[in-house]
Design a protein around this ligand. Structure first.
Ligand code: ADP
Length: 394
């Protein structure tokens, strides 16, 4: 069974092709296109590349195309992306303006190109379906809640990968297996007994922290929208809701201007007044730029805030995991995030930390009660596995 997973941005298309034939789980090929202007032609090129490489003979060799979709009204889990679901995604365009529209457009184009191939989405919100209600509610009027104003949680596929992989690395295959079973549409419920507490830090262009108990998420730093929680590259992160009416009234900003500024001109970019890439911000900070240094400090402060929150909710932690672009590649940020946490049992091994980039490793000192780990994430594999499970149930 061959499953293509397509990662759609507004001007990018990345893909991975998996083969699940005869019990294996193999990445056949991967590729991507940046600065896409003609999406239909790019889909065509993607299919042509896979044929040229001999990975598929024709489009019909693909059992399905899987997508890491973000959110939809009254839809969660792993579902077929028909027009009804795409409409339900459209409803949340204002909450996920950078994410939902490119998926909706891209999926419609795939549907035109491959009308007989199932197009299946695994929603990023799916991993939080077992989180306690109290962790997912805002204190707003009930009508708002019924309209969808609640915490949803995102980066579900990535944190799900970390839930399984960290359990395996800790020798807890029982929890990894439970986590694998425990996902969407399969009626499983989380188990309380085998106590394994993991805090997963997905730190990248966008960042979120998740607490994981026995393979199931108990919450996520992102709430209603993927703009919330920790500051992101150019998106705001946590903000007191009263800031919005305040700036609209006193700075005469329109709602569209506010949305654009929170979405495109905030986060690391807003704080540093310079760049949305942490590498540039760090380099400028090291050169003495006070705003850039502050941007990094705010980021670190926010990551520590959420780690602290889940450390408390989980009554400690067995593992603290770093993943994604920043988490996997920036030892100096991991060091700053873990600084002076020895009383909580979190102690890095400076040498192991410094030498670990984009590979799986334990980077804590032997005496650290909490194992600190780096695990490169594999969101596409999680999507492909769920799409396979979805197809098998049809
Ligand atoms: P996302 O998928 O949310 O865009 P990624 O996981 O691809 O995030 O992370 C990309 C971000 O990671 C970049 O914005 C960059 O700031 C940061 N980063 C830091 N160091 C590196 C590195 N060595 N390689 C790639 N990205 C890095």
């Amino acid at each position: 069974m061959k499953i293509l997973v397509a990662n759609l941005g507004s001007t990018s298309l990345k893909y991975r092709l998996f083969d699940f034939s005869s019990g294996q789980e193999k990445l056949l090929t991967r590729g991507g296109y940046e600065r896409v202007t003609d999406y239909p032609a790019t889909i065509e090129s993607c299919l042509a590349d896979m044929k040229k490489g001999g990975f598929i003979q024709s489009d019909s060799d693909l059992a399905a195309v899987g997508f890491k979709t973000i959110m939809a009204r009254n839809v969660n889990g792993c579902v077929r992306l028909d027009e009804k679901v795409l409409k339900a995604m459209e409803f949340y365009n204002p909450i996920a303006p950078a994410h939902n529209p490119p998926y909706i457009t891209g999926v419609r184009l795939f549907a035109q190109k491959m009308p007989n191939t199932p197009l299946v989405g695994l929603f990023e919100t799916a991993f939080y379906q077992f989180a306690p209600e109290a962790a997912m509610r805002y204190a707003v009027p009930e009508a708002w809640y019924e309209h969808g104003v609640r915490r949803w949680g995102f980066h579900g596929a990535s944190h799900k990968f970390i839930a399984e992989r960290s359990a395996e690395m800790l020798g807890r295959n029982d929890v990894a297996e439970r986590s694998r079973q425990l996902y969407v549409n399969n009626g499983a419920t989380p188990v309380q007994k085998p106590n394994l507490r993991v805090i997963s830090c997905h730190l990248g262009g966008s960042s979120s922290i998740t607490g994981i108990l026995n393979g199931a998420a108990i919450g996520n730093s992102m709430g209603l929208s993927p703009q919330s929680g920790v500051p992101h590259n150019n998106r705001v992160g946590e903000l007191d809701s009263f800031a919005i009416p305040f700036v609209m009234r006193t700075m005469n900003l329109t709602i569209d201007e506010v949305e654009k500024q929170l979405c495109k001109e905030s986060g690391l970019k807003g704080l540093s007044n310079h760049s949305n890439d942490i590498r540039d911000v760090q380099a400028k900070g090291a050169d003495g730029c006070a705003k850039s240094k502050l941007a990094i400090d705010v980021y670190i402060q926010n990551v520590r805030h959420w780690i602290g929150s889940y450390f408390l909710q989980l009554n400690g932690a067995d593992a603290l995991v770093f993943t994604a672009g920043i988490g996997e590649n920036r030892p100096e940020l991991r060091e700053a995030i873990c600084a002076e946490l020895d009383q909580l049992g979190i102690m890095l091994d400076p040498k192991l930390n410094a030498q670990t980039k984009a590979v799986e490793a334990v980077i804590s000192a032997p005496e650290s009660k909490v194992k600190v780990m780096v695990i490169p994430t594999n969101e596409e594999l999680v999507v492909a596995r769920e799409v396979k499970r979805f197809l098998e149930k049809q």
